[in-house]
Design a protein. Structure first.
Ligand SMILES: O=P(O)(O)OP(=O)(O)OP(=O)(O)OC[C@H]1O[C@@H](n2cnc3c(O)ncnc32)[C@H](O)[C@@H]1O
Ligand SMILES: [Mg+2]
Length: 194
């Protein structure tokens, strides 16, 4: 089986990638498999800077073609927060605490003003392979309470009107078909031959 290396330590993301790459005949390999002790500090101020940083750091260390994902949630009523800082919005990398903080900051904001979008930048790079990036989005509404147990991160409070479901109520395949990550991967496939 062909392998694709993803510069991530997020098991939820890895699952999202498996659902999309599996049918293309790829086994997904993450940093847990190839560089468990490596920590890449995300010092960029944009998704693109951080995606490139993660992809290039791991690619140089392994001398292999690598894809990285830097993503996050942008909430209009919070001026685009948590944005690039989505993973550590409440301090630690704690999904439950991050959701609590969002819900608290949106208290009293009516439904029509709870619009938001997920964004995902994918960077691909390798030895003798110029770095390229794509950006995918997915529009939604932030609910007042959690719904569903699938997915990761902010999925339980991110409602997608076209589906009538939160991302945590979708199957992994349903999420992949409409998500920022799925949309970014479609753009990547258009650019290069995966
Ligand atoms: O950097 P890696 O190791 O890939 O893992 P990470 O979780 O730190 O990833 P990011 O730095 O890209 O931060 C993205 C955060 O944005 C949120 N997020 C991104 N995609 C999401 C999705 O599909 N569903 C829910 N939350 C998501 C979630 O809180 C993530 O931790
Ligand atoms: Mg990260």
């Amino acid at each position: 089986m062909k392998k694709v290396v993803i510069a991530t330590k997020n098991k939820g993301k890895a699952k999202d990638f498996e659902v999309i790459f599996g049918p293309l005949g790829y086994e997904v390999v993450t940093m847990f498999d190839v560089a468990p002790d490596m920590e890449i500090e995300e010092t960029g101020t944009t998704f693109e800077e951080n995606a490139i940083l993660k992809a290039e750091t791991l690619s140089k260390a392994l001398n292999l073609l690598v894809i990285a994902d830097d993503s996050g949630l942008m909430i209009d009523a919070l001026n685009g927060e948590p944005g690039v800082y989505s993973a550590r919005y409440a301090g630690d990398h704690d999904d439950a605490a991050n959701i609590e903080k969002v819900l608290k900051n949106l208290q009293g904001v009516p439904g029509a003003e709870r619009t938001a979008r997920f964004g995902c930048c994918l960077a691909i790079t390798g030895p003798d392979y110029p770095t390229q990036t794509v950006f995918g989005t997915c529009e939604g509404i932030i609910l007042e309470e959690r719904r569903g147990d699938n997915g990761f991160g902010y999925d339980p409070i991110f409602y997608v009107p076209e589906k009538g479901l939160t991302m945590a109520q979708m199957s992994p395949a349903e999420k992949g078909a409409i998500s920022h990550r799925g949309n970014a991967l479609k753009l990547l496939q258009e650019k290069i031959n995966l």
